[in-house]
Design a protein around this ligand. Structure first.
Ligand SMILES: *[C@@H]1O[C@H](CO)[C@@H](O)[C@H](O)[C@H]1NC(C)=O
Ligand SMILES: *[C@@H]1O[C@H](CO)[C@@H](O)[C@H](O)[C@H]1NC(C)=O
Ligand SMILES: *[C@@H]1O[C@H](CO)[C@@H](O)[C@H](O)[C@H]1NC(C)=O
Ligand SMILES: *[C@@H]1O[C@H](CO)[C@@H](O)[C@H](O)[C@H]1NC(C)=O
Ligand SMILES: *[C@@H]1O[C@H](CO)[C@@H](O)[C@H](O)[C@H]1NC(C)=O
Ligand SMILES: *[C@@H]1O[C@H](CO)[C@@H](O)[C@H](O)[C@H]1NC(C)=O
Ligand SMILES: *[C@@H]1O[C@H](CO)[C@@H](O)[C@H](O)[C@H]1NC(C)=O
Length: 649
């Protein structure tokens, strides 16, 4: 994993304070607030779920498909001349998985091999797998991992057949390679000996293989990617979308009730980013992700809008509302309720707690203007009324924000999704100042997506995160932090991108099968690491906002915290700052500064391992009056945290 380089300097060069921006952080009078939550947003966008954070290594494991994405043998190849045939059996593995693969051959060891999601990472660790077989067979199956490039086998395991003529029998195994593979260009294969066949062939379905997962959860998440997210110190997870929630058509939205239970009962769904989803990463897996990282779930519920613009007419909205209330009952209801009992039957008797529910996703976009009018006139008000009655403890969030031409009825909040140029991000610094406390907003997606002067979505989207864009985002988020009493939280989007699928580039984490390619974007992880429990007013005796943008407040341990970023400066900006109530000469503060390359379009590149962001940590010592002096370079993001806590009011 590429992370920021770190250098610890004992002393920092101090510029002459004469032309410095001179700031005083008051000890009271700010906007008392709960800290803005920095979080994550996830939907299965271009293999960030399947082939991404969901740890399943086998691609197309159950030959799932839909009208939009017909069933295929994608990912599979034959071993030793075997014939692979997709079949709809009269006796399928399950209703949800009607198609299986028939494997026939004449040689000793025939079978099928899977190339994973653009490769399979092989280490000396426990791989847990299983497959279903139908057909009489006496003998052993061999499950193995091997190189595409050299055919070298890294490990294999023999599994005694329990297979019978007319039934599907699950075979489970653990495979521990004896050697780590030098690259991720590997396949997983299952083979058998045709001499042991009674009827010339075998049927296979639901072939799965997992490496060790985060917290060792069965059907769990990829360790390195969860750790990369954990390093951002997130506070919430917004899921399952995003466009994935809405679905392509009115009948193919993300049906939570089809993402729960045993994998053989999950049909998957037609994804909205060009491939069929397994939904192995389902509702419960998302909740476990929240549990593992102590994240507040922000649950998106389907609000009766599909991406093709179709939406629920008035007489169908109650159905959609009931469907969402059932989802809430499934997650939070006691086991005595209908859906609470279903949850318990799946092994989860303990109810979860949900504090935030978002009604739909970007309802201002698809089917505009009529679908949006329907959202404003009846879809949202009806949902809000039902949730206020049944779940007054839940903060309901509308999918548009006050900036999307919608008056959000109390007590709901809105959701704002700026995808902008860095200049526009900086110009939005004051955006939240104009809101009243009743205009509570989530920033459920945000990123600098276009270079300054960029055309927008149909023009020049940047294909990689770049430093100038990151600084723009940091300034936008500093503006949000100043108004933490109006902003629930903020998250970058998308959160993950598989490097083998082009999507827009501004992701927190990019990944591929090989964990060495995991690449972090660094802009706001510094901000998330220093939550403010209270903002405090800053008085500037010289210099105002711009090119230095800042927020100050009290950190979680009672320390003084100052966050700043410099944009559009021609030279380094000298800063002189003191904190009322922390005026002792000789007291210390830690200054962490992120800087980028000379060229603002410099990006982090997973293939060359170039990391353009440099982190410098230094300890500052206060002069007379508790003054800290430092200088920030022309495109930088910084956090100063005092060593001492405030003893003032
Ligand atoms: C594996 O190697 C083959 C042969 O060089 C190449 O065609 C293929 O793209 C590679 N696949 C991956 C996932 O690296
Ligand atoms: C595989 O799992 C077993 C049981 O949990 C454990 O004892 C062993 O150390 C693991 N092996 C490897 C290579 O991680
Ligand atoms: C899930 O719920 C939807 C909407 O009510 C329904 O159409 C569908 O049949 C349900 N799926 C299953 C497997 O029960
Ligand atoms: C913002 O909140 C105020 C109440 O303070 C309300 O009157 C106004 O309509 C809200 N604005 C929007 C656009 O929702
Ligand atoms: C930054 O400078 C450029 C060039 O002078 C100007 O066009 C742009 O508006 C400035 N952006 C901000 C946010 O100040
Ligand atoms: C998803 O990835 C595919 C394959 O690389 C690409 O063609 C497609 O444009 C991507 N989808 C979107 C919405 O960008
Ligand atoms: C408090 O909120 C106002 C908007 O009403 C904003 O302009 C100001 O910057 C905030 N103050 C602090 C200290 O963050």
């Amino acid at each position: 994993m590429i992370s920021v380089r770190s250098a610890v300097l004992a002393v920092l060069a101090i510029t002459s304070p004469g032309n410095a921006i001179d700031l005083l952080v008051r000890s009271s009078g700010g906007n008392a607030s709960s800290p803005i939550m920095y979080g994550l947003m996830h939907e299965d966008i271009n293999n960030s779920g399947d082939g991404g954070i969901y740890a399943e290594l086998i691609r197309n494991r159950a030959f799932q498909g839909s009208d939009k994405f017909p069933v295929s043998l994608e990912g599979w190849s034959s071993v030793n001349g075997a014939t692979l045939k997709l079949q709809k059996q009269t006796k399928p593995l399950s209703v949800a998985l009607p198609v299986s693969v028939n494997v026939a051959g004449i040689k000793e060891k025939v079978g099928l091999a899977n190339s994973g999601y653009w490769g399979i990472d092989v280490k000396v660790e426990n791989y847990t797998g299983s497959f279903y077989v139908k057909g009489a067979y006496e003998g052993f199956f061999t499950a193995s991992l091997q190189s595409v490039l050299t055919n070298e086998a890294f490990g294999s395991v023999e599994i005694a057949s329990k297979s019978v003529k007319d039934d599907w029998v699950q075979h489970s195994f653990t495979l521990i390679p004896t050697k780590a593979a030098p690259s991720s260009n590997n396949t997983f294969a299952i083979t058998f000996d045709t001499a042991g066949l009674k009827d010339g062939s075998l049927d296979f379905n639901l072939i799965t293989l997992f490496p060790p997962t985060y917290n060792n959860r069965p059907n769990g998440l990829r360790v390195d990617l969860v750790e990369a997210f954990a390093a951002l110190k997130p506070k919430f997870l917004r899921f399952p979308g995003g466009n994935m929630l809405e679905g392509n058509t009115i009948s193919t939205f993300w049906k939570w009730n089809e993402t729960i239970g045993p994998l053989k009962d999950r049909p998957g769904m037609a994804g909205v980013w060009d491939y069929h989803l397994t939904t192995g990463l389902g509702l419960i897996e998302y909740m476990e992700w929240c549990d593992d990282l102590h994240l507040e779930p922000i649950l998106g519920v389907w609000a009766g809008l599909a991406l093709d613009g179709a939406y629920s007419p008035l007489d169908k909205v109650d159905e959609a509302i009931q469907y969402a209330l059932d989802e809430l009952e499934f997650l939070t209801g006691p086991v005595s309720t209908k859906w609470g009992a279903v949850r318990a039957s799946l092994g989860y008797p303990k109810p979860w707690t949900i504090k935030y529910v978002e009604i739909g996703n970007e309802d201002w976009l698809a089917g505009r203007p009529t679908a949006y009018d329907a959202y404003k006139k009846y879809r949202f008000p009806m949902f809000l009324k039902a949730f206020s009655q049944k779940h007054p403890e839940i903060q309901v969030i509308a999918s548009p924000s006050v900036f999307d031409d919608m008056v959000i009825p109390a007590p709901a909040a809105g959701d704002y999704h700026p995808y902008l140029t860095p200049d526009a991000m900086v110009a939005s610094f004051n955006k939240f100042d104009r809101l009243s406390k009743q205009n509570l907003t989530l920033i459920g997606e945000a990123a600098s997506t276009h270079p300054n002067g960029g055309k927008g979505w149909d023009g020049n989207l940047m294909s990689n995160p770049w430093w100038g864009g990151s600084v723009g985002e940091a300034i936008f988020l500093i503006g949000a932090e100043r108004n933490a009493d109006r902003v629930i939280g903020a998250t970058y989007a998308p959160g993950l991108r598989n490097l083998n699928r082009w999507q827009w580039g501004m992701t927190i984490v990019q990944h591929a099968a090989d964990p060495a390619l995991t690449t972090l974007s660094t802009s706001w992880y510094l901000l998330g690491n220093h939550p403010l429990t209270k903002t405090l007013p800053v008085t500037a005796s010289s210099g105002g906002i711009g090119p230095l943008y800042y927020v100050a407040g009290t950190g979680e341990k009672g320390t003084g915290v100052f966050k700043a970023a410099v944009y559009n400066a021609t030279q380094p900006v000298p800063v002189s700052i003191r904190f009322e109530g922390l005026e002792a000469k000789g007291s210390t503060a830690t200054l962490t500064v992120l800087t980028g390359p000379e060229n603002p379009y410099g990006t982090n590149d997973p293939f060359t391992h170039a990391n353009v962001v440099e982190e410098t940590k230094s300890t500052l010592i206060a002069s007379e009056g508790g003054i800290f002096e430092f200088s920030l370079s022309r495109l930088s993001v910084a956090v100063l945290e005092t060593g001492e806590t405030r003893n003032g009011p």
